[in-house]
Design a binder for this molecule. Structure first.
Ligand SMILES: [Fe+2]
Length: 268
């Protein structure tokens, strides 16, 4: 959902099938193989269980329908291809319907390590494994439902909660930081940085603090929020998030800890 993209969405044929070139499949394959080695060390257990359950191919880009067939019996979620850019309104609506909107293009080699806009590797490899987890899936659905109640002018407040959990959340497992968010698990460089680097700040999870924390989409995150267990997200889903947003607004945004850019405050 970045505002600017150099990529074009792939169109499906009359049977819903999206074709990819051998070159595009090879980008998926190389990304998959590189990440597979790293996630064993850096990713949260729930992510790894989910990846195993979905059994996605390593040598070609899967169709959303293949992933949906395995995902739906587990949590009721499906994945559906969407244009490269969709509005926040459409984004929240699809989440509220337990459908994950997936960009269909794949990054080119120049963007291999990092891409601002979400591509299909990010969407499928990054997002769908955690949607096999009931707590995570419930939290994702709640973000969508709350999004339908938030005024468009306030979308950015709710998106910060999405950003610091679903995209870039960390979790502490057996005293060790692990990557939960899809932006980490699908990034060859940020996955390692988020766990090993002494540079970023790792903050205790707090909904109001998260709502007040600005971010940039085009740098490795300077701040990560850490949950203690996946069920913490269930408790967040039960909160009155509309009141939380009002409270955060009354307290105001925290100061940026980075240089601003034109792409600040968009989502991936
Ligand atoms: Fe994403």
């Amino acid at each position: 959902m970045a505002k600017h993209t150099n990529y074009t969405a792939k169109s499906a044929d009359s049977s819903g099938f999206i074709g990819y070139s051998a070159k595009e499949h090879s980008v998926w394959s190389d990304l998959f193989n590189q990440q597979e080695a790293n996630i064993q060390h850096y990713a949260a257990n729930e992510y790894l269980y989910g990846l195993e359950k979905l059994a996605m191919p390593s040598d070609r880009i899967p169709q959303c329908s293949e992933i949906s067939q395995r995902l739906k019996p587990l949590t009721g979620w499906t994945v559906a291809p969407v244009p490269a850019l969709i509005s926040f309104g459409r984004f929240f609506k699809t989440l509220s319907e337990k459908t994950f909107p997936a960009a269909s293009f794949i990054r080119n080699r120049a963007d291999f390590d990092y891409i601002k806009e979400p591509d299909i590797f990010h969407e499928i490899f990054g997002h769908t494994p955690l949607l096999t987890d009931p707590s995570f899936a419930n939290f994702s659905e709640t973000i969508g439902k709350i999004g339908l109640q938030v005024k468009p002018a306030d979308y950015s407040w709710l998106i910060r909660l999405y950003w610091f959990t679903i995209e870039f959340g960390l979790i502490k497992q057996n005293g060790i930081y692990k990557a939960l968010g899809s932006g980490l698990n699908s990034s060859p460089t940020e996955l390692i940085y988020s766990i090993d680097s002494p540079v970023p700040e790792r903050r205790e999870f707090n909904v109001i603090d998260i709502l007040r924390t600005p971010y940039r989409i085009d740098i490795h995150q300077p701040i990560y929020y850490v949950i203690d267990e996946i069920d913490d997200l269930l408790q967040v889903a039960e909160r009155d998030l509309l009141s939380d947003i009002k409270k955060a607004q009354s307290l105001g945004l925290y100061e940026m800890t980075y240089e601003p850019s034109q792409t600040t405050e968009l989502t991936a």
